[in-house]
Ligand binder design. Structure first.
Ligand code: GLA
Length: 733
């Protein structure tokens, strides 16, 4: 068997130098290069993925990832299938129509085109050596944002069905001495807990099998830092996140040669896909980025990309919201809600959102045990309907939003009695309730129509509805569908999410302007697949500001502040019982999309005054926080009892710094921080804002500092007490 090197050497004899490079494929952004090599009839190799590289001809003889004498069978393939002498976990495993279980993919062709000035699409087609089966690898390179997405389409013309057992969206091979994986573990009300670990030989897996609420126990986003734990402003870091709202699996396989293979895609668990001749199957996209300047640039890349390409209205400032949930739960009538709207208006809040509890008549939604599925306004609670409330909010200068959970049904509902066949079920097994509810089977087009109809019906209640909170409070167990054929039950996981996305598409086509919040019992569904159709997400049902610091820190590594709904709630906190100062609660919520979620009438005069001033301030700072660049100054995960971050406008002319003390230090300790992202040559007027009294006692406030001073010498902030915090506003002079 020829080694790859020998094949290339042989090719060099007969080709011109231009032709030698003809097999080299470059997928590039402003700062990143992904270099592939596909010789016709040979395997598609990954030569390089990292910092932008212009000199690539050397890859013909200088190897970057694998050893020069590595036999071709073991070489670094970009998309290895199970077959040949490939012994690691493959990117693709299929069974051919004749029962043969192996596949050997070779390069067939590729094409490249500019989608527009910022985006380039590259499609590389591989084919099986023997069978009429092809794999298209589709890359989109986003130049300015330094993001590359990859998705894969498999198709065949074999004389019978082919079974896909595993089809990854991407397969990346890295070479370093050590690999540090950052991933995000958690549960309800404790989402996105950052874990960083040094990978050891073997396979580390992060996955979800929850079906449609898949980011609650681990998010599908990850980072890998080479040779050392990830730093904020230095070091090589790779990041990936699957744009998919269903089951996923990310595996990190450290092999005997010290290479790390990262395989990411939909979870193959119980998910065989059967494809007839002429049919094809496309994976969700893996969103990839890289930086040699640490985590900070990774976040900038992803935030910019999200705002521009993967978030509804990504460059428009978000309104400040008062949500009714923690203030009223299920217990309200028209007067209670009107009073909340009055108070919201008084605070200067810009949107009122009516949460759960407004619907169901035969089975009124007075708790979580009834009514889901019956999306008619509860006449007893709201005799004048939603329209009257929406009009009332608008008359007070507020926008109006409303909560729905259209994928779900309570057994105690008219819908459950009318359409039991719409419920996800596994044959005749018992239905297992979760939060007293069942899941509707979105693989069924009738259910898709129903779910679209729920949204459409809600929107028709009033032209003054401008925001919808879409919730999903359970996940899949005992999966199965009465709609799918017996031999297609394993398509359930994939078809559910495709059904969901097709409903989202229809909604976005008809309602491009409405703001939609992505919610799933808090942050159970925060992924780039769903986010694309939404304006923001509900980050967590845990509104306790102290816990939010760590939840939001991790969430914002990937997802931007503009989409991070963060609400000030009451004290003691309803989830944790913890008591925190109102200022601390506001300061934490102001690092994201500020909102309030409490009964305003329970605030005393001083608190109301503070809240009103904070709302005015947030409106002023909002463009910096929501549209600027995030710089993390100090992590809440380092256990030193302090943390801080800051936002800087793109032109470096304005910044906002948030600093928190999360424990009692001691009387003599102050918090020393160095700022980031400023222009060293600019001078900034620094002012402490959001103080309790309205005035600052901080000696450093009201003074002018150079960017250089703030970034090199830094500041000493007098916050050593437990749950104290400071907000600093910097404006270029
Ligand atoms: C979920 C959401 C909450 C609230 C309730 C209503 O838990 O995350 O914000 O909307 O449902 O039932």
């Amino acid at each position: 068997m020829l080694t790859r090197r020998k094949i290339l050497a042989a090719a060099a004899i007969v080709c011109t130098s231009a032709a030698i490079n003809a097999g080299q494929i470059k997928v590039e952004t402003a700062d990143i290069s992904l270099i592939l090599d596909g010789e016709p009839g040979g395997k598609l190799d990954l030569c390089y993925f990292g910092e932008k590289l212009d000199d690539t001809a050397e890859f013909e003889y200088a190897w970057h990832i694998t050893q020069p004498d590595t036999p071709e069978e073991y070489g670094t393939q970009l998309y290895p299938a199970y077959g040949g002498r490939f012994f690691l976990n493959p990117a693709l495993k299929i069974t051919h129509a004749d029962g043969v279980m192996t596949t050997e993919l070779v390069y067939q062709s590729h094409g490249q085109r500019a989608i527009d000035a910022n985006r380039t699409e590259t499609i590389v087609t591989l084919r099986d050596k023997l069978y009429d089966a092809t794999v298209d690898l589709r890359f989109v390179a986003y130049n300015t944002e330094n993001v590359i997405t990859q998705e894969v389409t498999f198709g065949h013309n074999e004389p019978g069905e082919v079974t896909i057992e595993n089809i990854a969206s991407s397969y990346l091979t890295l070479k370093a001495s050590n690999y540090y994986l950052t991933h995000f573990h958690g549960t309800w009300a404790r989402e996105m807990q950052l874990v960083e670990e040094c990978l050891t030989p073997g396979v580390k897996v992060i996955e979800s099998k929850k079906g449609m609420r898949t980011t609650q126990s681990d998010n599908s986003a990850f980072m890998v830092s080479l040779n050392a734990p990830a730093q904020e402003y230095s070091g090589e870091v790779y990041a990936g996140a699957l744009a998919w709202t269903g089951n996923y699996k990310m595996s990190f396989e450290l092999d005997e040669a010290g290479l790390l293979h990262i395989i990411g895609g939909i979870n193959p668990f119980a998910s065989e896909i059967k494809l007839g001749a002429g049919e094809d199957f496309t994976t969700p996209a893996m969103v990839l980025t890289y930086s040699n300047q640490g985590r900070s640039s990774i976040s900038h890349n992803l935030h910019d990309w999200t705002r521009r390409y993967n978030l509804a209205h990504g460059n428009e400032e978000r309104p400040i919201v008062l949500n009714s949930w923690e203030g009223a739960y299920f217990t309200y009538d028209e007067n209670v809600i009107k009073r909340m709207i009055d108070d919201a208006a008084e605070f200067g809040v810009e949107m009122f959102v009516l949460d759960d509890g407004w619907f169901g008549n035969k089975f009124p939604r007075n708790g979580d045990n009834a009514g889901l599925g019956d999306w008619q306004v509860n006449k007893k609670k709201l005799p004048h309907g939603i329209g009257a409330l929406a009009d009332y909010a608008v008359s007070k200068g507020l926008k109006f939003g409303i909560w729905i959970e259209p994928e779900m049904v309570n057994p105690d509902s008219e819908l459950a009695h009318k359409h039991p066949e719409w419920i996800v079920r596994s044959g005749n097994r018992d239905l297992l309730p979760m939060r007293n509810q069942q899941l509707l089977d979105l693989t069924n087009p009738e259910v898709q129509d129903f779910v679209f109809g729920v949204f459409d019906g809600i929107m028709s209640m009033s032209p003054n509805i401008s925001y919808v909170k879409w919730d999903a409070n359970r996940h899949v167990d005992n999966a199965g569908s009465t709609y799918l054929a017996a031999d297609r039950q394993s398509h359930f996981w994939y078809e559910y999410i495709k059904g969901l996305y097709s409903v989202y598409e229809r909604i976005r086509q008809k309602y491009p302007d409405v703001e939609i919040q992505l919610c799933s019992a808090g942050g159970g569904r925060i992924d780039f697949g769903a986010l694309k159709y939404h304006d923001e997400f509900w980050t967590s049902d845990n509104t306790n500001a102290l816990d939010r610091l760590s939840i939001q820190y991790s969430t914002n590594l990937f997802f931007p502040a503009i989409a991070t709904a963060a609400h000030v709630s009451t004290s003691p906190n309803h989830q944790t019982g913890m008591m925190l100062p109102l200022k601390f609660r506001f300061d934490v919520a102001m690092t994201g999309r500020l909102g309030m979620e409490l009964q305003p009438s329970q605030l005393n005069g001083e608190e109301k005054e503070f809240a009103s001033r904070a709302v005015v301030l947030y409106k002023q700072l909002r463009p910096v926080i929501q549209l600027g660049d995030l710089y993390r100054l100090d992590s809440p995960y380092d256990n030193d009892g302090w943390c801080a971050n800051m936002y800087v406008t793109k032109n470096r002319g304005e910044a906002v710094v948030f600093a928190f003390s999360t424990t009692y230090h001691n009387r003599t300790q102050s918090y020393s921080i160095k700022l980031h992202g400023l222009d060293p040559d600019k001078h900034y007027l620094l002012e402490e804002v959001n103080t309790i009294s309205g005035n600052s006692n901080y000696v450093g406030s009201g003074k002018v500092y150079s960017g250089e001073f703030l970034m090199k010498a830094g500041l000493l902030l007098p916050i050593g007490g437990a749950y104290t915090s400071m907000v600093l506003h910097l404006v270029e002079q």
